[in-house]
Design a protein around this ligand. Structure first.
Ligand code: PLP
Length: 408
């Protein structure tokens, strides 16, 4: 039997299952003591002052922008190399995602491209089919778990009067430092005005569905907490935890984004193993680097001694065909060999909604367009076995040796 390798498999232990079963037996299923404990443990794990647990990273991003007061027709700098969620939350407000090109090596947002986009928009020289009254924020994404230099991002933001909301869906745990002699700073340790995490099924820790917003600002935390549960006054929260009275006050038209205690019980267990699971992925990444380093026609994701990499993804680049046909053929061959891969991502400016609504074209973000046509994310998850790793390496070797680069 050939070894099959799924793209991802969650790391769920018997003790994770027991923790959820205990909540089910307790009789208190929705937001309660486990959520509070999860928030506390999470804040301390990432070095944040306040943590607000919600039912997805998308919800966390939405609440962050709401708390920061995003208005219709304002512009927000959003990397084109990201998942749907980062930009769609900007659209929730009738605001405009100003898509920014990426660094050709890391895939992370390019600050040079961000500066150029900002200058274009502020000079009135470029409007994405819409009026943009002003540019108010920037939303960096740490692609695959490799952090941007958040010092540079925050200096850029403060120079231009922008807030920073970090989409850290891939970056738990992760850290950066400006150089070998500088102290490490964890993602979420005051790296942005608000930092948002995902606990979706295939993320680095999971609660099935879930998310967290962390911030150093008590005011932002309070607003996000309020809006996460129908805009009910703070006292009403106690009602949800079983200690409140029957009365409550609606102080804003909020949302329904609270996390359940069942999910939080799982989150607490997963959080305790987050670093061990990261180390397991780092070993897989090191194995891929060692085995695939000399392979012609592909390039491997960068490693940086000034980053603690979360290794949520292991994106390789298949070179030698700007149309993407060679990349597609490599993915197909791997699939036939039982190895499931993925692509992160088709950049936003190449999706019909953003093209039709704002007139984005492939050349608006040329580095991301070029990068996309070579991207393949290899399977990487903490429970991967030795034979599975070998199957991935053998599959990649066979595929890139069989599917020849096109002559251009
Ligand atoms: C998964 C993901 C999200 C959305 O997370 P949910 O918890 O599913 O809402 C947002 N941004 C990025 C970069 C992601 O990969």
């Amino acid at each position: 039997m050939p070894t099959t390798v799924p793209f991802f498999a969650p790391d769920i232990t018997e003790s994770d299952i027991t923790a959820c079963a205990e909540v089910l037996r307790s009789g208190w299923l929705t937001t309660g003591p486990c959520v509070r404990e999860f928030e506390k443990a999470f804040a301390s794990a990432v070095g944040a002052r306040h943590a607000v647990a919600v039912n997805s990273c998308t919800a966390a991003l939405h609440l962050a922008l709401e708390a920061l007061g995003l208005r219709p027709d304002q512009g927000v700098l959003v990397p084109t190399m990201t998942f749907a969620a980062t930009a769609e939350v900007v659209r929730y407000f009738g605001a405009v995602p100003l898509l920014v090109d990426c660094d050709p090596v890391t895939g992370n947002l390019s600050l040079d491209a961000a500066a150029a986009r900002l200058a274009q928009v502020r000079a009135g020289g470029w409007t994405p089919g819409r009026r943009v009254t002003d540019v108010v924020g920037i939303m960096p994404v740490h692609v695959g778990g490799l952090m941007l230099d958040m010092g540079e991002v925050r200096r850029f933001a403060s120079r231009h009067g922008l807030w920073t909301v970090e989409d850290a869906a891939h970056a738990l745990p992760a850290a950066w430092r400006p150089g070998p002699d500088a102290p490490w700073q964890r993602c979420g340790e005051d790296t942005a005005d608000v930092t948002c995490y995902s606990f979706y099924a295939n993320k680095t820790i999971t609660t099935g569905e879930g998310g967290m917003a962390v911030t150093a600002s008590a005011a932002l935390a309070e607003r996000m907490r309020l809006m996460s549960l129908h805009g009910l006054s703070h006292d009403a929260w106690n009602r949800y935890t079983g200690h409140g009275s029957w009365d409550y006050r609606i102080v804003a038209p909020g949302f329904k984004y609270n996390l359940t205690d069942i999910a939080a019980a799982l989150g607490l267990r997963q959080l305790a193993r987050a670093e061990a699971m990261r180390q397991a992925r780092a070993r897989i990444a090191a194995h891929y680097h060692q085995e695939l380093a000399g392979e012609a026609g592909i390039s491997l994701p960068p490693v940086d001694p000034d980053r603690v990499h979360a290794w949520h993804l292991f994106p390789i680049r298949v070179e030698g065909d700007p149309t993407g046909a060679r990349r597609n053929a490599v993915i197909e061959m791997l699939r036939s060999a039982g190895v499931t891969c993925s692509v992160h991502w088709r950049p936003l400016h190449l999706h019909p909604y953003y093209q039709e609504t704002f007139g984005y074209e492939p050349d608006d973000c040329p580095a991301a367009t070029a990068l996309f046509h070579g991207l393949v994310s290899l399977p990487i998850f903490s429970r991967m076995t030795g034979p599975q790793m070998d199957a991935v390496v053998a599959g990649v070797r066979a595929a890139v040796r069989t599917v020849r680069p096109v002559q251009v």
